[in-house]
Design a protein around this ligand. Structure first.
Ligand code: NDP
Length: 517
């Protein structure tokens, strides 16, 4: 069928062109308010992980030259965008949020086709973007600084938030609209301009978000998007002297590279990286509730959430019962294409990911004493794509590789403990620190866990997934570098404090000298 491009189309036409069966549109980068192809003229394909013969679209294979243009456009736009009053900037974000509401269903269906998770979950992904836009738009009328007494009688002191300039945003594929929105929204309200380099597996979801901002009236050059590989486009963004901050979400290995690449130019760096999350189940827990939480947290998004529960730390007195209940619940899961009725678990994102997960399952099978209870194979009956059976290991010990390394797939491992102290020690005995949960009815145990666990997110009687945009999101240890996405905390990442002193004495007042008597 004839190719269409996103250049001159409205958002609704873009949606139609993607949703028309058999149509394979070609899309461009968005630089300085224009939709332009990569300088190389080359494109790459975006494939459906449930059926890799289904090509969703073609995207520009960009390189350093395209990144340079995008940064230039951002620099140019910054001069006026930073001066637009924050409440006006926020109005554009409210309009963008309304457009997401209007087109939520079409977008969710496209996102499921693009990255595999079931459509109920992609609706949640779009909803998170809506929530984030509205929450951060509210900041347009706050963006609070501080006022504080001066040491001197006729002097006034306050702080304001300065935008940084052009910021670089590098995002993963597993929350292809929510995560870009977590970065774009605070960056915009603080007055920055930006270049987004989304994951190569999910260009469409990011493009839709950018189209939303275009249609909402965002001035040209404020938000630029460049599609292409991390190894070229991501590196060029990190290496560009005029990028002031790189905000990255992705794997710990890539995050380490981002940290190193930005060090010599003193760029600000915000890193949200991998996890190895756990759910603790104590002997007094409501086991039905715990099982619901475990199965949702371990196998939702096919285990490809940074907050997925890949360890179940269970008290010895309820171990056998919990295992049987988890297995029964797992038998009710239905693997398949996420747009089909009744499907609860979709494919993993691509062939490389599938092979990596299957390799971890082999490692688990070969670990001393670990027992593969259910699952463990590719499921070709679910469809032609990258389907892996939800998989449970038991009798896992805390230092086994499947208990230590991020698998990022539908695999979870049961580890037995005898006390709360042992449970928290096992929970903390990893390099990551993103999300943990405990199921117990004992408030003393719950509070002791909350005090001692080393994770940025801690849930009591709820699974490891379930973050809300007005709370800080991020992790300790090798999961992050101290910054947080979302919540008030993210404003610190996208702005710098400026202390302003106003002297109304009409004389020279010397701090630390004239305040002595
Ligand atoms: P990757 O680290 O592979 O990729 C993330 C992004 O980095 C992509 O846009 C990728 O581009 C880009 N990239 C790759 N190499 C480079 C490079 N050398 N320089 C600059 N950018 C580069 O992660 P995944 O996309 O596979 O996402 C999964 C990981 O993300 C998991 O580890 C997960 O735990 C983590 N994650 C963490 C979250 C958190 O908040 N803590 C939330 C969600 C995910 P390209 O796609 O072109 O390769």
């Amino acid at each position: 069928m004839a190719m269409a491009t996103a250049q001159s189309q409205s958002l609704s036409d873009v949606l139609k062109s993607v949703l028309t069966p058999g149509n394979v549109p070609t899309f461009n980068n968005y630089i300085g308010g224009e939709w332009v192809p990569a300088k190389s003229g080359e494109t790459f394909q975006n494939l459906n992980p449930a059926d890799p013969s289904d090509v969703i679209g073609n995207y520009p294979q960009s390189s350093e030259a395209d990144i340079k243009d995008a940064v230039e456009a951002g620099k140019k736009a910054f001069a006026t965008w930073r001066l637009m009053p924050a409440p006006r900037r926020a109005e554009i974000m409210y309009r963008a949020g309304q457009l997401l509401i209007q087109y939520k269903e079409e977008m969710s269906q496209i996102m499921t086709r693009e990255m595999g998770k079931v459509v109920a979950e992609t609706r949640g992904d779009v909803q998170e973007a809506i929530d984030m836009l509205f929450y951060m738009a509210g900041e347009g009328r706050r963006l609070w600084g501080q006022t504080t007494p001066s040491e001197l009688a006729q002097k006034f002191c306050m702080t304001v938030r300065d935008p940084l300039g052009v910021v670089g945003l590098i995002t993963p594929w597993n929350f292809p609209m929510a995560i870009p929105s977590w970065k774009i929204a605070p960056a915009l309200v603080c007055g920055n301009t930006m270049v987004l380099k989304p994951a190569s597996d999910t260009p469409m979801s990011s493009l839709l978000l950018v189209k939303v901002f275009e249609e909402a009236g965002l001035p040209k050059g404020v938000l630029n998007v460049v599609f292409g590989p991390g190894s070229t486009c991501g590196e060029a963004l990190m290496g560009h002297k005029d990028i002031k901050l790189v905000s990255f979400t992705g794997s710990t290995d890539t995050g380490r590279r981002v940290n190193e690449a930005c060090a010599s130019t003193f760029k600000h760096v915000s890193l949200e990286m991998g996890g190895k999350n756990c759910i603790i189940v104590m002997d007094d827990a409501n086991l039905e509730l715990a099982v619901d939480g475990i199965v949702w947290a371990a196998f939702g998004t096919s285990g490809q959430r940074c907050t997925a529960a890949s360890r179940v730390i269970v008290h010895k007195d309820v171990h056998a019962k919990l295992r049987d209940m988890i297995v029964e619940k797992m038998k009710t899961l239905k693997l398949g294409y996420g747009l089909n009725d009744g499907v609860t678990v979709g494919p993993v994102v691509n062939e490389k990911a599938m092979k990596g997960i299957l390799n971890y399952i082999e490692i688990g099978k070969n670990e001393d004493k670990a027992e593969l209870v259910i699952g463990g194979k590719r499921d070709e009956s679910a469809g032609p794509g990258w389907f892996i059976e939800p998989t449970l290991f038991d009798n896992v010990t805390p230092n086994m590789r499947i208990a230590q390394e991020e698998i990022f797939g539908p695999v979870t491992a049961m580890i037995e403990i005898s006390s709360l102290k042992e449970a928290v020690d096992v929970a903390n005995n990893i390099d990551f620190g993103l999300s943990t949960a405990i199921y117990t009815k004992n408030i003393n145990q719950a509070m002791t866990y909350a005090r001692d666990v080393q994770s940025g997110l801690a849930y009591i009687n709820a699974p490891t997934i379930g973050a809300e945009v007005h709370l800080p999101f991020g992790g300790m240890k090798n999961t992050g570098n101290g910054h947080r996405d979302a919540g008030q905390a993210c404003l610190e990442t996208y702005s710098e404090a400026k202390a302003i002193f106003i002297d109304y004495s009409d004389s020279l007042q010397r701090a630390q000298i004239d305040n002595e008597d």
